[in-house]
Design a protein around this ligand. Structure first.
Ligand SMILES: [Fe+2]
Length: 292
């Protein structure tokens, strides 16, 4: 098994920007920048390098409104498509990730996933800004799929060459899906639709367009089948076993006024609970990938 090295991404410059490793096997924390102001080219470039190499970048202590969130998001590319979650009033590209203190619906997005991997061009990045953050629980977990791929035995990696994954939103957003017509009492503005039955094919292993590093893309859930291989169901079960071991997982702790941006081509993520009795609200945007 390949040893996974934690990359040194530490950086500081005269303008006060510091980029330090997060408290986990990957991820970065950026300080010394005020995201209410436009980012200069060098700073934006440094942050982008941290983002695409580390997969997750957190910006603590940023007092942002929705205009700021939109502007920061657009630093990293144009907005992506966001099906199935209605945007907040007067904003086309901001979704509210919300849970009320007394809500009893199952937790949203508790399964590992890569955002909207069932789209023809899934989003490169997701930006999530913490507004109401409970004092306990609600961590977001990230699993680095480049590290996961590197830890796989060589014969398993060889088996994945040329394998095509069939993706669909049906398990979540079709009328009979997890967030479909039986999902009641949820405060998030989810719109289920028959369009979620559509399928989309992507290579199971993809090279990152900016770093060239290979990663497993998405996971069981949005992936409903594997093609171009023998016994796709068994192979998918085997792949899933390698995707989220502790060695490749970073458990992110939120604070109010914290922005987190992650690269969906590098990491899987999942929500966690543990904050019953507390309201939780974050605002989210997605950033489009380039057509390759
Ligand atoms: Fe998500």
């Amino acid at each position: 098994m390949a040893v996974v090295q934690k990359m040194d991404i530490s950086h500081s410059n005269a303008a006060g920007l510091t980029i330090a490793p997060a408290d986990g096997p990957f991820g970065a924390v950026v300080r010394g920048v005020d995201l209410r102001l436009p980012l200069d080219t060098e700073t934006a470039g440094r942050i982008r390098v941290a983002l695409v190499t580390q997969g997750v970048v957190a910006f603590p202590d940023q007092k942002l409104d929705d205009d700021d969130l939109e502007r920061v998001s657009l630093t990293f590319g144009p907005f992506g498509d966001d099906p199935y979650i209605r945007p907040i009033p007067d904003r086309k590209h901001i979704a509210a990730i919300r849970r009320r203190a007394n809500e009893t619906a199952p937790l949203f997005a508790e399964n590992w996933h890569s955002d909207w991997s069932f789209l023809e061009i899934p989003p490169a990045f997701t930006c999530l800004y913490g507004i109401d953050i409970p004092p306990v629980g609600g961590d977001t977990w990230y699993a680095n799929q480049q590290m996961a791929y590197d830890r796989m035995p060589a014969d398993l990696r060889a088996k994945l060459e040329g394998v095509i994954a069939v993706h669909s939103a049906r398990g979540g957003y079709a009328p009979k899906g997890q967030y479909g017509e039986r999902d009641i009492g949820r405060s998030m503005d989810i719109v289920h639709s028959e369009t979620a039955m559509a399928t989309q094919r992507h290579p199971l292993v993809r090279a990152h367009p900016e770093t060239g590093r290979r990663a497993i893309f998405s996971t069981h859930g949005y992936i409903i089948a594997l093609e171009n291989c023998e016994d796709g169901d068994a192979l998918l079960r085997e792949v899933v076993k390698w995707q989220t071991p502790d060695e490749v997982v970073y458990r992110h702790k939120w604070a109010p006024n914290m922005l987190v941006i992650w690269d969906n081509r590098v990491v899987l993520h999942r929500a966690t609970g543990g904050y019953d009795g507390h309201d939780r609200l974050l605002h989210r945007t997605t950033i489009a990938d380039r057509r390759t």
